[in-house]
Design a binder for this molecule. Structure first.
Ligand code: 4AD
Length: 433
């Protein structure tokens, strides 16, 4: 097909009535003996090719007859309008050049179990549903970047290999760094704090790792996080940025990914309600609400997924839970000056049972309190000397947050489990493929 001008399926509408050629895979072939219907995909879209036996050369008919599921080919045909087809177009096939006839494609149209599909993740990605999820994931990433780029934030890349922990020491992946001990990053936050003192408003987007022995529908071992950090920004402003940010991301997906949301059967009206302001409740109010729901918890205990889901059900859009007890939150969070037993933090909980998507806080800016926290959390202050310098040399109030990309994709796409939100998930007991 070298001499022919190739197009992609997404562009067929621009070639109505013309003869076009494109590379594709066959997803399904049906034949009535006199007519063959070829369901074709090329990654950009889907179209049906039709061959009428009496109208095509015998060799073309024979070539098409050899095609099996996931066979690869170049196809030539004339683009016709077809209101019955989902794309609105159909291809009257005039030429077929087989690249490979595929034998025994493992993923057949019948139902398969999750383990089987996960073992074949490299092939499962070809399914329309998986394609729709990856398209939405890419749109979310692009909306994240446009939001921050348009508001004067600078993209900064924190390191992946780190000498110390950012979010507690129990979930660290330990590796050897020549003669030293090192860890895969759990969060770029501490480095982003340094970057905010240099550039004002910054954000990072990168992979993070947690050796969590949690086998839940919300946990991955390797996940991607967006971490903005802002100098001269307090807790209140931090929440306002978050609600605008998440509303922007959902708005961009609604604007640019309608067909994909429809493929997934997503409740679009639920996404359309995602607009600021987001409801806010304090940890104390959450404890009271849970008590009313018959889910009593002693003050000072952290919420689990069932608690978050029960609280989120009360609201029609994402909500914040603020002011958690100091004892259950990270060492760097700033205590509320009016009530030091709670911190100026917030978790954003997605509606419809999708759980926490953001964790954030105002950070401690006082050097003495920071030193005290290192002692309380049993962290060697030597390892954090550079982090202490940020409080020694021109300390300022500052805040930031981390949005988990995969949980956000799960929510926006309406998926039960994070395993489908990332091309090759790393989960407890899953490192292949
Ligand atoms: O609440 P976390 O642990 O916050 C931090 O790491 C802060 N240092 C962020 C910051 O302030 N810069 O994690 C933030 C988000 C969670 O809300 C969740 O969406 C996601 O990261 N997350 C996970 N996603 C998938 N699998 C896991 N194991 C996750 N752990 C956290």
């Amino acid at each position: 097909m070298e001499n022919k001008q190739k197009i992609v399926i997404a562009e067929v509408g621009r070639h109505l009535g013309e003869s076009v050629t494109f590379g594709c895979w066959l997803t399904r072939r049906r034949s009535s003996g006199k007519i063959q219907f070829l369901q074709l995909r090329d990654g950009t879209g889907y179209i049906q090719g039709v061959l009428v036996k009496e109208e095509v050369p015998e060799q073309v008919w024979e070539e098409a007859s050899r095609l099996t599921q996931e066979s690869s080919l170049y196809i030539t045909g004339v683009v016709r309008e077809d209101p019955r087809s989902p794309s609105g177009f159909e291809l009257s096939v005039t030429g077929v050049e087989v690249i490979q006839v595929t034998q025994d494609y493992p993923i057949t149209p019948k139902e398969h179990g999750v383990d089987f599909l996960m073992d074949n993740r490299h092939l499962w990605l070809r399914a329309p549903r998986q394609r729709a999820i990856l398209k939405i994931r890419a749109q979310i990433i692009s909306a994240v970047q446009s939001f921050f780029d348009e508001r004067g934030f600078t993209l900064v890349d924190p390191p992946i290999l780190t000498p110390s922990s950012a979010e507690g020491t129990t979930e660290l992946f330990h590796i050897k760094y020549f003669d030293e001990d090192a860890y895969l990053t759990q969060s770029g936050q501490l480095y982003m704090e340094a970057a905010a003192m240099a550039l004002g408003k910054v954000y990072s987007f990168g992979p993070t790792f947690r050796a969590e022995k949690s086998k839940t529908r919300r946990h991955l071992i390797e996940f991607w996080m967006i971490e903005p950090e802002m100098a001269f920004v307090d807790h209140e402003e931090n929440l306002r940025v978050q609600e605008q940010f998440v509303s922007h991301v959902v708005g961009e997906v609604l604007k640019n990914c309608r067909p994909e949301l429809e493929t997934l059967g997503r409740d679009i009206a639920a996404l359309e309600r995602v607009k600021p302001p987001f409801p806010r409740i304090t940890y104390d109010q959450a404890i009271d609400m849970l008590k009313e729901l018959g889910m009593e918890l002693p003050w000072g205990e952290d919420f689990g997924a069932p608690h978050e889901t029960a609280l989120a059900e009360k609201f029609d859009r994402p909500m914040f839970i603020t002011h958690y007890p100091t004892g259950i939150k990270a060492f760097y969070m700033k205590p509320d000056p009016n009530r030091p037993e709670v911190v100026l933090c917030a978790d954003m909980i997605a509606p419809e049972g999708y759980g926490e998507i953001i964790g954030g806080s105002q950070r401690i800016d006082d050097p003495e309190l920071m030193e005290q926290r290192f002692k309380e959390h049993d962290l060697s202050s030597e390892a954090y000397q550079w982090y202490m310098d940020l409080r020694r040399y021109g300390t300022v109030p500052h805040s930031g947050f981390g949005l988990g990309l995969e949980r956000t994709v799960a929510w926006i796409c309406g998926l039960d489990h994070v395993r489908e939100t990332i091309p090759f998930p790393r989960m407890l007991y899953r490192l292949y493929p």
